[in-house]
Design a protein around this ligand. Structure first.
Ligand code: ZN
Ligand code: ZN
Ligand code: ZN
Ligand code: ZN
Length: 363
């Protein structure tokens, strides 16, 4: 992620809500597509201090009331008293904040979601609600296994347990995934190279894009690349995977062991790696660690840069005893699948070819 500048000159980060130097309130201005210092207008609204902006804004309800967001909404006659921002408007279920610790976990989920949406917007990928004509419409359920029932707490059993996953545009994330110790325990149990909140969002949104961009559109081409998604059926493949585990030679064909489970999971794991690559290259380009290269503009150059930066960042992390940043090995079959994802995104993108800036395209 890039950083931004306060009017006082201090550096502002993507998740900031105030400037640590001058104490000004800050937030995401949708007009600037940036974190900006905000000036009170005296009537409960705020003015963006961005050069040539000056937009009159109101804080997202989840910023002003819940303290889990830092995005603003452009004020206008049609804007509700206490509106939801461009990211929070997709929430269908949010955590019960009367449970100790839930607000902090929710804030972490929102932070990861904002990063996801930033990358989707940067790539020009479409997403939206039923009213906007999207089928399936996108929404998020952030749910916990611990629920309050008639005033008493109880933990959901195996049957009702909240599964992190995607179904018809609805992305569910179990709140336990925002608990570092619990998430790491699951990572080790599942023998995963990574398990992160942003990783969950990138994987689950990939299933959404299969529904939006592949189903009924290019299923045969997808089948040719990832295998037949109808045979064996998903449920059977899932059972087989958990009984037998991944084939031992999975690294010569797949981006992860989980990708071997079913062509839909292979698609999602590969799509998520494309989003990883886009986000990391945007960040290293901004920080001058590498020349800026956008995957949409030059896939081969982007992948070469990502492999190079991946190896060097992995070594930096190993030096500090941390997990590898880029654990994937980009063997030829994996590159072919990534190229399929690239073409799919390029075709769907409003920003392909570098012709339009994402902000212009959205306006
Ligand atoms: Zn400041
Ligand atoms: Zn602005
Ligand atoms: Zn919000
Ligand atoms: Zn999945």
């Amino acid at each position: 992620m890039k950083t931004f500048a306060c009017t006082c000159g201090n550096r502002l980060f993507f998740d900031n809500t105030s400037c640590l130097a001058c104490k000004r309130q800050v937030g995401w201005c949708p007009e600037c597509a940036a974190i900006r210092a905000l000036e009170p207008t005296g009537d409960g609204r705020l003015r963006c201090t961005g050069e040539d902006c000056g937009a009159i804004l109101v804080a997202c309800r989840n910023y002003a009331v819940e303290g889990v967001c830092n995005r603003m909404v452009v004020a206008g006659p049609d804007v509700a008293e206490s509106p939801l921002c461009g990211g929070c408007r997709f929430n269908r279920t949010v955590p019960d904040t009367s449970v100790p610790g839930n607000r902090m976990k929710w804030a972490q989920l929102e932070s990861a979601k904002r990063r996801l949406l930033y990358t989707l917007d940067d790539l020009g990928l479409p997403y939206g609600t039923a009213e906007e004509g999207f089928e399936p419409p996108l929404c998020f359920d952030f749910k916990a296994d611990l629920v309050r029932d008639k005033g008493a707490w109880h933990r959901l059993g195996a049957v009702e347990h909240v599964y992190t996953g995607h179904a018809s545009g609805r992305i569910t994330i179990n709140l336990d995934e925002a608990d570092d110790a619990e998430r790491e325990r699951r990572r080790i149990n599942m023998n995963e190279a990574h398990r992160t909140l942003i990783g969950h969002f990138r994987h689950e949104i990939a299933h959404y894009y299969w529904e939006l961009l592949v189903r009924g559109r290019c299923e045969d081409a997808c089948r040719a690349c990832f295998g037949d998604h109808d045979d064996p059926p998903y449920g059977e493949a899932l059972k087989a995977h958990y009984n037998a585990g991944p084939p031992h030679d999975w690294p010569s064909h797949y981006v992860s062991a989980y990708a071997t489970m079913h062509p839909w999971e292979d698609f999602a794991e590969t799509f998520a790696v494309y989003l990883d690559m886009a986000a990391v290259l945007d960040t290293v380009g901004h920080w001058g660690l590498e020349k800026t290269v956008r995957p949409l503009d030059d896939f081969d150059q982007a992948l070469a840069t990502y492999r190079h930066i991946g190896i060097s960042l992995n070594e930096v992390n190993r030096e500090m005893g941390l997990l590898d940043v880029v654990p994937e090995v980009f063997v030829a079959p994996v590159v072919d699948k990534l190229r399929f994802i690239h073409e799919l995104i390029r075709t769907a993108s409003r920003n392909a070819g570098g012709a339009a800036d994402s902000r212009e395209a959205r306006a």
